[in-house]
Write a protein that binds this ligand. Structure first.
Ligand SMILES: Nc1nc2c(ncn2[C@@H]2O[C@H](COP(=O)(O)OP(=O)(O)OP(=O)(O)O)[C@@H](O)[C@H]2O)c(=O)[nH]1
Ligand SMILES: [Mg+2]
Length: 299
């Protein structure tokens, strides 16, 4: 049998569960997840390979009305996938009614003329009757190739969705080696895991104001551990105080939680050192954005 492959983008509003879905399919954490909106900031590939096929999933930042240059970057990078993929998974949340944001996304999807599968996620949160009326409502808005209800968190119907994608793949190359799971370097995943812990442990504007930069990452021959130095960037002095916490307690917590995840990912012992720095309004400064990995060249 010949090899099949294809590119699939996962698009939708923030917080609907796009990254949770990607991680479930991949069986490991590639994209960080949180209960805050706008968690994902870059396109992230999850490369799913079997003997007969390769599906390249592209997780994207949640589409929202941008208020900063970072927001512009995020939304544009999400939409840029429309030029690169064979199929779009348009993900919505079963417990949220259709809103203006969803309508706007559907307008863009219609214009892109790419096959779209409506994925209704978080079905564990609603009664089946509510699900049916929501699907009815969406079907009236545009023509979907398929409609698939899932729970990315519990895994319900996720493999069925992957089967549907498999059936629709065309003959094609194996674009990436079978053991490659993502397009980002380890350093990116490490910085994201640190940012995930900040998202988990802080509230309000802090999650949005934080970027993480890896200053260095190398094996220390003496201790035989990977020594990582990372800087957590914030936008204001007050935020720096919160991230450091009383007597450094918050930073310690962020560091030890992140270290555990990083060790799991790298399969190695890690020594993680973190600093906190203020970069005023970095989310609106093009140069800072590029420095922190939010570079237009990325899409
Ligand atoms: N109950 C329930 N919660 C879910 C499900 N899928 C995701 N979640 C939760 O929804 C929240 C958002 O998940 P993410 O995967 O970060 O969402 P996202 O769409 O990638 O969000 P952005 O990156 O901000 O666009 C997290 O708290 C998840 O645990 C699901 O199937 N059921
Ligand atoms: Mg995400």
């Amino acid at each position: 049998m010949s090899f099949k492959s294809g590119f699939v983008a996962i698009l939708g509003r923030p917080n609907v569960g796009k990254s949770t879905f990607l991680n479930h399919v991949m069986g490991q954490k590639i994209a960080i997840m949180s209960d805050k909106v706008q968690t994902t900031r870059n396109k992230i590939m999850g490369i799913y390979t079997t003997d007969q096929e390769q599906i390249v999933f592209i997780d994207t930042p949640g589409i929202h009305k941008p208020k900063t240059a970072l927001g512009d970057f995020m939304v544009e990078s999400a939409y840029s996938t429309l030029r690169e993929v064979d199929t779009v998974l348009f993900m919505i949340s079963a417990d949220e009614a259709r809103g203006k944001g969803d309508d706007m996304i559907m307008e863009r999807l219609k214009a892109a003329k790419v096959p779209v599968i409506l994925v209704v996620n978080k079905i564990d949160k609603v009664h089946p009757d509510q699900l049916l009326s929501q699907i009815d409502d969406y079907r009236k808005q545009m023509d979907f190739k398929e409609v698939v209800p899932i729970s990315a968190l519990q895994g319900n119907n996720v493999s069925h969705l992957v089967d549907i994608l498999s059936e629709n793949l065309e003959e094609g190359f194996q674009y990436f080696p079978a053991d490659q799971i993502t397009d980002h370097p380890e350093r990116f995943l490490v910085s994201e895991m640190i940012r995930e812990k900040v998202l988990l442990l802080t509230r309000e504007e802090i999650p949005h104001s934080v970027a993480v930069v890896i200053d260095s990452m190398k094996r220390d021959e003496e201790t035989d551990k990977i020594h990582i130095r990372a800087t957590i960037m914030v936008e204001r002095d007050s935020q720096k105080g919160i991230i450091i916490g009383k007597g450094g307690s918050m930073l310690k917590k962020i560091g030890s939680m992140a270290r555990r995840d990083i060790e799991l990912m790298l399969g190695d012992k890690v020594f993680l050192e973190t600093w906190v720095k203020v970069k005023k309004n970095w989310r609106d400064k093009k140069l800072d954005l590029a420095d922190f990995g939010y570079n237009k060249k990325e899409y």
